[in-house]
Design a protein. Structure first.
Length: 305
């Protein structure tokens, strides 16, 4: 990818006239400046002026993020035009084909997860007609005409999916479906933590590609492009972890009141480490690269899942 990310805390980021030097966790790595079009600094690090000066002289941009992946600012060299080129292509793109590809991939990824989860649990998850309905919805998405129809069917299949997932969750956890904040059961709280991490990682890649994270195709509003790109990735990168933890969690690891449910620090820490293992940054980067190339070349768009 033309962008390069440094995540976490405590790294030292320097540069020579030819190489970017990153010292982190007792390891020193060197990367040719010629291969870095955009440096993404996520979290708290020591950024030396040698890195800033040599990157900007090289024509590279530098963007800064909170540890959760929220963009906070950027540096561009004088005369920098790459962002304008990509944003213009994004603004001119017809959103329907990108939204359609995303919605179809989301249904397919969720069907795969449900079928695998049913086999692993050794139980039948689907009520009569549900599986056929999901397959029919997947096929129907290929022939819908309007964005409203596409978004309506996407929401319907997503709601069905989360209600079916509830059948493999221990009933004593109180999870029935995906809800809005505040979360009143530990399963929705675990989903929220995983999706927040997935959102942050994907947002970093989107900004690295100079795309506008608020200009989505399937979703609308703030962060809508991020929501588009993570939708087909949720089942594999987050939901599988949540279902596994839900089967193992004990009552002392969460506390639910009438207002909301809190996860213990220990549970949150173990979940975070599990999500770090399953959230595949290379796949997110590749997906963002596919979108960027499709927009710039007005070519076919392929969704990974």
């Amino acid at each position: 990818m033309p962008w390069f990310s440094v995540f976490g805390f405590g790294g030292h980021i320097k540069a020579t006239a030819r190489d970017l030097v990153v010292m982190q966790g007792g390891t020193t790595r060197r990367y040719p400046l010629s291969g870095i079009g955009h440096l993404l600094v996520v979290g708290g690090h020591f950024l030396h002026t040698s890195a800033v000066i040599n990157l900007l002289k090289n024509g590279s941009a530098i963007s800064f993020f909170d540890i959760d992946g929220t963009p906070v600012g950027y540096l561009h060299p004088y005369g920098y035009r790459m962002e304008e080129e990509v944003r213009t292509a994004q603004e001119r793109a017809a959103p329907y084909r990108y939204a359609q590809a995303t919605a179809i991939a989301a249904v397919r990824s969720r069907l795969l997860f449900l079928e695998h989860a049913a086999a692993e649990a050794g139980q039948e998850l689907f009520y009569e007609g549900e599986l056929e309905l999901l397959h029919q919805a997947r096929d129907e998405l290929e022939h819908l005409i309007t964005m409203d129809e596409l978004r309506r069917l996407h929401r319907l299949t997503a709601d069905m999916y989360y209600e079916i997932v509830a059948r493999i969750i221990p009933p004593e956890l109180g999870y029935r479906r995906r809800t809005d904040r505040p979360y009143r059961d530990p399963v929705n709280a675990m989903f929220s933590l995983g999706y927040a991490m997935l959102y942050g990682n994907c947002c970093v890649a989107i900004v690295g590609a100079h795309l506008d994270p608020d200009a989505g195709m399937l979703h609308e509003g703030a962060g809508s492009l991020v929501y588009d790109l993570i939708e087909p990735q949720k089942a594999g990168m987050v939901d599988s972890v949540v279902v596994r933890f839900a089967r193992e969690v004990s009552k002392h690891e969460y506390e639910c009141s009438g207002a909301r449910c809190y996860l213990s620090d220990d549970l949150s820490g173990r979940l975070t480490r599990a999500f770090q293992a399953t959230i595949d940054q290379s796949r997110l980067d590749a997906q963002v690269g596919l979108l960027r190339d499709s927009l710039l070349q007005n070519s076919e768009y392929h969704v990974l899942y």
